[in-house]
Design a binder for this molecule. Structure first.
Ligand code: FUL
Length: 488
């Protein structure tokens, strides 16, 4: 049965021109849907409610916490962006230990690491055949080292997913700005996708500056993505790719209203500029999925958001930032405004010049993990995991355990059946009547809401607006210890 389902799933996936597939009398569209010409808003909303993620996107969303590792020549120069003229001799970590990175990240709740295999400076962390501007020309391990391999092996050991960031913008490559650069980039990509086992995510950022010859590169995205899909068909493709969307800022703040079914056309498609311009939107727009914007759109993507932010002010390690690591309060707020806002958090923890994650970052990660563990240890709702198919206006009462004191609720939709809820309320039974504790718009994969603490014995959730019936799969209530402003 499972095999049959998989077959149907991938059949529909590879033939996206098909209308979708039917399950329990409902036809779903996987990852993308084009609206028929002249479709009414009601038709569009109905189709939007039946747009669902691919299996990879679903697995990715479940990760919730992922880690970025910015490490490279900048770690040794103090820069955030290198100019491509750096001497590889500068790259010389004295105690590089990728297991220390991955073990600490694993122990503090991260499910995947994404390493900067090449940043804008063009310096490669693996001994590539494409250029001498790499670890092979450095004194580290007498030029015999391979950071990508060490991180990949550590991930295998600690059962952590692994992805890489490969900057399309390359300030070192002489051929940048010419068609040859596309070939150069594909060769780098091919090496990374063939020599390191399974790759779970490929992250291409959108920064695109001038090359050494002063020219701008016209990227061959189509071939880049064809290469990824043929060599690592299960890898998710982020930012310029069409599986994972950049949330639009690097501050760690998601949207309170976050639709994973969005009208934003991913950057890898030739039509993205025209489409997005016609709708007047970009990654930073506030509204990427409301009925208002659906009304103007011709197509829709399942393109969920990722919140990327660094634990320090910079993306790369700088000793002078050892005392500027984000506090528990900041990290917790980021968590509630990313994972709690229907996004995945990609938190950057940059290894230092020794090639280790600094003690201060580790201490902070541990504090952050302990806080989450304590918060989520007790779910005060008795039967919050029972699935609930709610129509507009439906409500459900949840009984809390005796003597419950709560200040946070967590709601989840079963997004394998689409994202549907657009408005809801959470009420508590206080002094013989229902009182609003908080209100929200979208739920999606996960929505967490904090409010003033209250001691109650029942909660009522009302779905005020939903695109078709809502598939609520979890309602939970917790107590998240308030953190004083000045924690550190
Ligand atoms: C940006 C880059 O320019 C930054 O250096 C960093 O890598 C960030 C994650 O993406 O586009």
């Amino acid at each position: 049965m499972k095999t049959l389902y998989r077959f149907i799933f991938f059949f529909c996936l590879s033939y996206s021109s098909l209308p979708g597939y039917t399950q329990q009398n409902e036809t779903y569209f996987i990852k993308h849907v084009s609206f028929p010409e002249g479709a009414s808003l009601a038709q569009k909303t109905d189709m939007a409610a039946r747009l669902i993620p691919t299996r990879q996107q679903l697995e990715w969303q479940n990760l919730e916490l992922t880690a970025f590792l910015h490490f490279g020549i900048n770690t040794f120069t103090g820069n955030e962006w290198g100019n491509g003229k750096e001497d590889p001799n500068l790259f010389n970590p004295t105690e590089l230990n990728a297991e220390q990175w991955v073990k600490n990240l694993k122990e503090t709740g991260f499910k995947m690491v994404i390493l900067t295999a090449k940043h804008h400076d063009g310096f490669c962390l693996w001994p590539t055949q494409t250029t001498t501007h790499s670890v092979a020309s450095s004194p580290w391990k007498k030029g015999k080292g391979d950071v990508v391999k060490e991180v990949r092996d550590a991930c295998a050991k600690y059962n952590m997913k692994f992805g890489f960031y490969l900057s399309p913008w390359d300030r070192h490559a002489k051929c940048y700005g010419t068609p040859q650069y596309n070939q150069y980039f594909i060769e780098q990509l091919t090496e990374l996708l063939t020599n390191y086992g399974e790759i779970h995510e490929v992250w291409f950022d959108g920064a695109n500056g001038e090359g050494p010859n002063g020219k701008k590169q016209v990227y061959d995205w189509e071939t880049f993505y064809r290469t990824i899909h043929s060599l690592q068909p299960h890898a998710t493709t982020a930012i310029m790719g069409d599986d994972v969307r950049w949330v639009g800022n690097e501050k760690g703040i998601g949207r309170k209203t976050e639709w994973s079914a969005t009208v934003l056309t991913p950057g890898m498609y030739k039509r993205s500029e025209t489409n997005n311009k016609a709708l007047g939107i970009s990654n930073t727009s506030e509204d990427l999925g409301s009925r208002n914007i659906l009304d103007k759109a011709d197509e829709l993507f399942w393109y969920p958001s990722e919140v990327d932010v660094s634990i320090r002010p910079g993306w790369f390690y700088h000793a002078e930032e050892d005392s500027k690591i984000k506090s528990l309060k900041q990290l917790t707020d980021i968590y509630f405004q990313s994972v709690g806002y229907n996004s995945v958090l990609l938190l950057n923890i940059p290894p230092d010049q020794r090639g280790l994650i600094h003690e201060n970052d580790i201490a902070q990660l541990k504090e952050f993990a302990a806080y989450r563990e304590k918060t989520f240890a007790i779910d005060f709702i008795e039967h919050g995991n029972a699935s609930w198919s709610a129509s507009n206006g439906d409500n459900r009462v949840y009984i809390l355990k005796p003597n419950s004191k709560i200040n946070m609720v967590l709601l989840q939709e079963d997004i394998s059946k689409g994202q549907r809820v657009g408005k809801f309320t959470v009420e508590g039974w206080i002094n013989g009547k229902w009182c609003i504790l908080c209100k929200g718009t979208t739920i999606g994969y996960k929505r967490m809401l904090r409010f003033d603490e209250t001691s109650i014995d029942k909660l009522r959730i009302t779905i005020l607006s939903s695109r078709k019936n809502a598939n609520i799969c979890k309602v939970a209530a917790y107590y998240a210890e308030p953190i004083p402003e000045e924690n550190k």
